[in-house]
Design a protein around this ligand. Structure first.
Ligand code: CUA
Length: 312
């Protein structure tokens, strides 16, 4: 999974990487020159026991003047590079796909905006975007300041309570990318990752159509029992499973939970054992999380994880 700012997978990240190399390159050259001049003058000084002259020699004045001018040119050059780089990463074509991302302590709510309300897709901690098509994220926060950062695709953008910010993404090639919350937002800030899949446009449409559908029906008795356990437990007080009586929005939408690679905002891989551990005692995995522990028998729990594992 690609997770590095200099391993770019799109034009915006390339702009930022380019800026990094310009700044790092120029700063390295300046550093080497300064150190070289320092070494040479220390060497000369050692051999020269005569007191320093009262009048500064003309060549020294020229070197000082030249260095000051060069410093000014470099600073102006950096400011211009920064200005144009910033313009390039905020320049978004109007036909972009729009996705609303809402940050919560400590997970990401993701809604694919659509003019037809029924066609909106809601998911959590996982974005799927089509390769080559610009995407604009509409960023909001429910509680404190968070920051959205998928380093291979673009820089960071803060999510502020009561205020909407925007961030554009373009993925140039298909792949799996990982992102993080990049602003300290409380105890579980480090467990607030987001997974991003860049898929071909056809795969993306297939994925979106699958996500629009209601939850999969149970296929056997164990899963049917699991659905009964779910609907009679406290789970439905916070979560939604489309097509059932469960429609609360305090926690992540679980309609297609099994299609997501990880659970608990990246804290665990999405498998039955981790799901069971998470349901029984989330506080031991992610202390401070809003999800309370749920008591249930081993049989009920395995039925529940069988049902949830079928929600593709
Ligand atoms: Cu959310 Cu740090």
């Amino acid at each position: 999974m690609n997770h590095a700012a200099l391993q770019t997978a799109g034009p915006f990240a390339q702009e930022i990487a380019k800026l990094f190399w310009i700044f790092a390159g120029v700063a390295t050259v300046v550093y080497v020159i300064v150190i070289a001049v320092l070494v040479v003058s220390l060497r000369r000084r050692r051999g020269d026991e005569a007191p320093p002259p009262d009048v500064i020699p003309r060549t020294t004045l020229r070197v000082i003047g030249g260095s000051l001018a060069l410093t000014g040119i470099i600073l102006v050059g950096w400011a211009l590079a920064d200005f144009f780089g910033n313009r390039a990463i905020t320049d978004v074509p109007p036909e972009a796909l729009r996705i609303r991302v809402t940050a919560h302590q400590w997970w990401w709510e993701v809604e694919y905006l659509d003019a037809i309300t029924q066609d909106r897709v809601t998911t959590a901690n996982h974005l799927t975007i089509p390769v080559g098509r610009p995407v604009v994220l509409e960023l909001r926060s429910r509680d404190v300041i968070h920051s959205f950062w998928v380093p291979s695709l673009n820089g960071k953008k803060d999510l502020l309570p009561g205020y909407v910010t925007h961030l554009a993404l373009i993925a140039s090639h298909a792949g799996q990318y990982r992102g993080e919350c990049a602003e300290f937002c409380g105890y579980q800030h480090a467990h607030m990752s987001i997974d991003l899949t860049a898929a071909t446009p056809e795969e993306f449409e297939r994925w979106r159509n699958a996500q629009r559908a209601s939850a999969a029906e149970p296929t056997d008795d164990l899963q049917r029992r699991g659905r009964d356990v779910y609907l009679s437990s406290s789970c439905r007080a916070c979560h939604t499973i489309q097509g059932t009586m469960s429609a609360a929005r305090l926690g992540p939408d679980l309609t297609h939970l099994a299609s997501r690679p990880r659970i608990a905002a990246g804290a665990l891989a999405n498998d039955p054992a981790n799901l069971a551990a998470w349901i029984l005692d989330p506080q031991s995995i992610k202390p401070g999380t809003k999800m309370p522990a749920t008591q249930m028998s081993a049989d009920d729990l395995s039925a529940l994880t069988a049902y949830l594992g079928n929600l593709r």
